[in-house]
Design a protein around this ligand. Structure first.
Ligand SMILES: [Mg+2]
Length: 127
């Protein structure tokens, strides 16, 4: 069965290009435009009995940014805390990466992304 990946990014262009790569890699893709919508998507899918196997999230987004989203997903009381989250962002600052690690990010990739690299990182977490 196809594995489900959730892309959380406020850029429709970025979502479309990641979607293209992931569907080409055989994954089923869901998309949300910010952290708040991402949390709602996770909850809505859970209610339908669907589960997300991996999340790829931007950092800079309106309403709820990627680090706040990551923290909510990885909260000890969260039902989604075991889902690996890869951050995909233009941010390169070490302090943000460190915050990402503290909150439990599985990886940190910078844009523009290399499709092959993205797919190989995903394969480390999904089998
Ligand atoms: Mg953004």
């Amino acid at each position: 069965m196809k594995k489900n990946i959730l892309i959380v990014d406020d850029s429709p262009t970025l979502r479309a290009s990641v979607n293209f790569v992931l569907t080409g890699g055989g994954y089923n893709v869901f998309q949300s435009e910010n952290g708040e919508a991402g949390l709602k998507m996770l909850e809505d899918l859970r209610k339908k009995g669907e589960r997300i196997n991996l999340i790829i999230s931007d950092v800079n987004m309106p309403k709820m940014n990627g680090l706040e989203f990551l923290r909510a997903v990885k909260d000890s009381k969260s039902l989604f805390k075991f889902i690996p989250v890869i951050i995909l962002t233009t941010e390169r600052e070490e302090i943000l990466k460190q915050q990402g690690r503290e909150y439990g990010a599985a990886g940190w990739m910078t844009k523009p992304f290399k499709p092959d690299l993205l797919l190989s990182i995903i394969k480390k977490f999904i089998r």
